[in-house]
Write a protein that binds this ligand. Structure first.
Ligand SMILES: Nc1ncnc2c1ncn2[C@@H]1O[C@H](COP(=O)(O)OP(=O)(O)OP(=O)(O)O)[C@@H](O)[C@H]1O
Ligand SMILES: [Mg+2]
Length: 333
């Protein structure tokens, strides 16, 4: 079966693979309707290689910042990166809403090196989610200028599916449901798509179950979630855990996590943050979007960027989040 992972039109998933049993789907799942680019049909499946775990503490040693630095005005990252490779380089990126032509991104600059964790903060409506969605190739937006290089390649020339297979994962602010497709089928299909790309043999349902089972612990999820349709009836917190499960299964060189903390209770927040930390390696990076200090404290990004009116206007270290928490955006502007 030719499964196109692209969640957008014109691709359709006409029927789930024969071997998958748990999908209660009618055989025709209108994927184009349901799978807006959510749920990380946009991702990489780099989990096919072992992910060496390492602690956040270790990561901070790899990303030293000047002790005196708290904020600096340069919109791109200018800290010390040693011999690390540049993973993502965004230069003067501008983008409009495809339908209306309204400009949302007005010249974003950002550099992410391998092994780094960056956070983007900013007022509601400042363009954070738009930036993330433009990076993964969401069809609601049209890039009008600037450049994005990911792992040395022009990201903007890639289809959304190619971006995910190249190593980009995005967890959406509002993960959507995919009626008729069970979680495990969905993940297995996505995982196998990556295996095909790497010329590796696909995993059948039983092998895949063995692969995914230990990962449930990571996000503190019960096995029955695997047989439920993707996000259908999931609470807000369960959806977020499910997003991280997808990341754990599929892996990514760069994970973009858009408000992964929204709607989470304290315990769930800790679980999700722990899972994200445990997936970090010296090679892969995270770009997290958040409004809250709490997630920042758990994940400890080395860089925090403030977005305002479609641009990154300030970049600093973790202290910027503390100033924000106390004094609001006016305190850092
Ligand atoms: N598809 C769209 N159609 C119409 N307007 C859009 C669309 N996408 C984004 N916008 C508008 O662009 C602006 C930026 O939206 P975006 O979702 O990027 O903000 P945000 O910084 O993520 O905000 P929040 O913190 O509330 O999540 C908002 O005014 C929003 O209404
Ligand atoms: Mg948003």
């Amino acid at each position: 079966m030719a499964l196109n992972l692209l969640p957008y039109p014109p691709c359709t998933l006409s029927s789930p693979p024969q071997s998958y049993s748990s999908s209660s789907a009618t055989s025709s799942v209108p994927f184009t309707r349901y799978a807006s680019p959510s749920n990380s049909l946009l991702f990489t499946l780099t989990a096919t290689r072992p992910l060496p775990f390492r602690t956040n503490h270790a990561r901070r040693h790899l990303t030293p910042l000047s002790a005196s630095l708290s904020t600096f005005d340069s919109p791109s990252t200018s800290g010390s990166h040693g011999k690390k490779k540049l993973l993502l380089e965004v230069k003067d990126l501008t983008a409009v809403i495809a339908e209306s032509g309204k400009e949302i991104l007005k010249g974003v600059n950002l550099s992410v090196y391998e092994g780094e964790v960056h956070a983007v903060m900013g007022k509601n409506g400042s363009g954070k989610s738009t930036f993330a969605k433009v990076l993964v190739g969401h069809p609601d937006y049209e890039v009008t200028g600037g450049s994005v290089v990911f792992k040395g390649e022009n990201l903007l020339e890639m289809e959304a599916e190619e971006r995910s297979l190249a190593g980009l994962f995005m967890s959406f602010q509002s993960p959507i449901e995919i009626p008729g497709v069970s979680n495990i089928d969905f993940l297995n299909m996505a995982y196998n798509a990556r295996r095909r790309k790497l010329n590796l043999p696909e995993l059948g349902p039983i092998e895949f179950y063995a692969y995914i089972f230990p990962k449930l612990d990571l996000v503190n999820m019960k096995t029955d979630f695997l047989n439920r349709n993707v996000n259908e009836g999931f609470s807000g917190g369960e959806r977020k855990r499910n997003e991280i499960l997808q990341l754990a299964v599929l892996g990514a060189d760069l994970s973009i996590l858009d408000e992964i903390d929204s709607g989470l209770d304290v315990d769930a927040l800790r679980d999700v943050a722990k899972a994200v930390n445990s997936l970090l390696t010296t090679q892969n990076s995270v770009l997290m979007i958040t409004h809250y200090q709490r997630l920042i404290e758990f994940i400890k990004p080395a860089y925090i960027h403030i977005m305002e009116d479609g641009k990154i206007v300030k970049t600093g270290d973790i202290s910027i989040a503390k100033i924000l928490e106390k004094g609001g955006f006016k305190a850092i502007s």
